[in-house]
Write a protein that binds this ligand. Structure first.
Ligand SMILES: [Zn+2]
Length: 115
């Protein structure tokens, strides 16, 4: 990504729990939430998750993310870090929200830089 003001390459800013982008040239910066760049990030991210297959909330969350039924979600949760979603940044954020809200742990690859 390039700076909106001067066109320099932006660097990732990460401090005090806030993530964003900063221009080393002119100091322009933006925090993750406001980055419109997330919408043009065409990377296909893979989300893998793990949880408790006996926990209804975990099963429901996986079912919602994958669009599959209860029984299938439970099978997914029986395996550790199964692939549950492949998609672009905006969708990954949504998926993360669903998983985080019920305490399912997850891993995104490649490294997810949008918070
Ligand atoms: Zn700049």
């Amino acid at each position: 990504m390039l700076c909106e003001r001067c066109g320099e390459g932006l660097e990732i800013l990460s401090e005090n729990g806030t993530q964003g982008l900063r221009c080393p040239e002119c100091g322009w910066s933006v925090v993750t939430k406001n980055i419109s760049g997330i919408k043009v990030d065409e990377t296909k991210y893979e989300v893998r998750c793990g949880g408790d297959y006996k926990n209804k909330d975990h099963i429901k969350a996986v079912s919602e993310v994958m669009g599959c039924n209860f029984i299938m979600s439970r099978e997914i949760l029986k395996k550790d870090l199964s692939l549950v979603f492949v998609g672009q940044a905006v969708d990954v954020l949504r998926v993360k929200g669903v998983l985080v809200s019920v305490g399912v742990y997850f891993a995104v690859s490649p490294q997810f830089k949008w918070g």
